[in-house]
Design a protein around this ligand. Structure first.
Ligand SMILES: Nc1nc2c(ncn2[C@@H]2O[C@H](COP(=O)(O)OP(=O)(O)OP(=O)(O)O)[C@@H](O)[C@H]2O)c(=O)[nH]1
Ligand SMILES: [Mg+2]
Length: 458
């Protein structure tokens, strides 16, 4: 672990603003324990052992008592940030918590920026950068699978892979640079085949990890699922049935939904971001026409398209063409054609259309099957194994892609018989790309964009 560098003390409320049993205020940095001791009436916190909890009172500079609290002391380096840290648990009221924080800030302690505690943990070598990002992912996770994915990363699974890739590339670089040293003496490059297979191996391993990104993205951000179809097809009814509330207005008037309506829905650990849309039709009504435009836009951004067709109404050629058009435009995006109002449906199924499933949202017919089908279809063709490591961040994906490109460039250079210094440049670039993931190589811009995603107090 790197040397702990204790920075000036910072403090923040670490729990959400609101009323609750307790709230926690965190102080970290040089002199944090003395600062906490100076507003704490009870045992002298400066003299207590690390990882101990103490009952006392928080007092303002003028001696006024604010609250009875418990103070937990963590001595450097055994704390989240690596610095001396005190966590004060006070009563969880908005004003009392604020007053405790102010009493601390009044002792020359600065309010913490968003993510500043975690940033210090990173700078002190307590966490790699990808682990620090996982902390934010864990806090923002909206489904159990997203929690699992963040935990894998927090445990350092991604970092382990990256370090293994780096080691392989370092080995390859060493082989290349060894050759460079002897170039004057015209030494034949003995290990060309071995070097090539090492590089092909790394490139292959990076590709395998990159293949998990599509699943990782859906697990982390949710599956954007758009319901489209003609007016009155039952789109809003289905949305309401899935989320279990009357989120969208439902009437028998065609054109009820004018704007897109979003609702989060979790199924079997996966978050679906459902989007109900305005029914598709030519219309003179300006508001409805704008709604139809938005339906098209939602379609274009979807991860899963569900086209709903009212089975109680005969289908015309125009709708057949419309469905085929959507299917074609969806390309690789999974597409489901669902017949609705099965309870009203008496006619034989239109043989020219293949329905994935027929449902009745009102009578709860085949809804369970629909849920299963939605999950299956959304994740099909994806490398879906959430028990293994998933790449969930575009930052990591981009860096892995760049690293792979550089490794492939080195392979091409090798095949073309270019000299070692060309290979060496490519391999060093690949090392740099991988280093940005774990934070061995970083800059202020990357750090501030990552840590600004955090809440204050983390
Ligand atoms: N019998 C029956 N009626 C349904 C079913 N689903 C929806 N409906 C009815 O169909 C009508 C239209 O439903 P909506 O959910 O508003 O349809 P929509 O596709 O959102 O319509 P627009 O917003 O106008 O595009 C309502 O009267 C619903 O009660 C069903 O499964 N069975
Ligand atoms: Mg509707």
């Amino acid at each position: 672990m790197s040397e702990i560098n204790q920075k000036p003390p910072i403090a923040a409320i670490a729990t959400p603003v609101g009323e609750g049993g307790i709230a926690v205020i965190r102080i970290s940095g040089n002199d944090a324990i003395q600062k906490a001791a100076s507003c704490f009436k009870g045992i002298n916190l400066s003299e207590v052992k690390s990882h101990t909890v103490h009952f006392g009172k928080i007092i303002r500079k003028d001696g006024h008592v604010i609250d009875e609290v418990l103070a937990t002391v963590f001595r450097s380096p055994k704390s989240y940030t690596g610095e001396d840290t005190v966590e004060i648990s006070c009563h969880g009221g908005v004003l009392v918590t604020q007053a405790v924080l102010e009493a601390i800030l009044d002792r020359d302690v600065r309010p913490a920026e968003p993510g500043e505690f975690t940033q210090r943990a990173f700078l002190n070598g307590k966490l790699d950068l990808d682990q620090a990002e996982a902390v934010a992912d864990l806090i923002h996770a909206k489904s159990i699978k997203a929690v699992d994915a963040a935990n894998q990363q927090l445990e350092g699974k991604l970092g382990e892979h990256i370090k293994a890739f780096r080691q392989q590339i370092i080995d390859a670089t060493a082989m290349v640079e060894l050759e460079l040293d002897f170039i004057e003496e015209d030494v034949e490059f003995a290990n060309k085949d071995q070097l090539r297979s090492l590089l092909v191996d790394v490139s292959h391993e990076i590709s395998k990890l990159l293949d998990t990104y599509e699943t990782g993205r859906l697990v982390k951000d949710g599956v954007k699922t758009v319901f489209i179809g003609r007016p009155n097809a039952g789109k809003s009814t289905l949305l309401n049935t899935l989320v279990g509330t009357d989120r969208a207005i439902v009437t028998d008037i065609a054109g009820t939904t004018r704007d897109t309506i979003d609702a989060d829905w979790s199924y079997d650990g996966i978050l679906f971001k459902l989007i109900d849309t305005a029914g598709l039709r030519e219309t003179e009504d300006v508001i409805e026409a704008e709604g139809v435009k938005r339906s098209q836009k939602a379609f274009e951004q979807a991860d899963l398209v569900v086209y709903l067709k009212d089975l109680s109404k005969p289908i015309d050629n125009a709708e057949r063409i419309e469905i085929a058009g959507f299917q074609k435009r969806a390309e690789a995006t999974p597409f489901l054609l669902i017949g609705t109002k099965l309870d009203l449906y008496k006619e034989p199924v239109d043989a020219r259309l293949h329905y994935d499933l027929n449902i009745s949202a009102l009578e709860d017919e085949n809804i369970h099957q629909l849920k299963k089908l939605m999950k299956q279809r959304a994740l099909e063709n994806k490398d879906y194994d959430t028990s293994s490591l998933l790449v969930t961040s575009t930052r990591h994906r981009d860096a892995l892609q760049k690293a792979r490109e550089n490794v492939q460039r080195a392979i091409t250079a090798l095949d073309q018989g270019l000299t070692g210094d060309f290979l060496s440049i490519d391999l060093r670039s690949a090392l740099k790309d991988l280093g940005t993931i774990t934070g061995e190589i970083t800059n202020e811009d990357i750090l501030s964009s990552i840590f600004s995603r955090f809440c204050i107090g983390k």
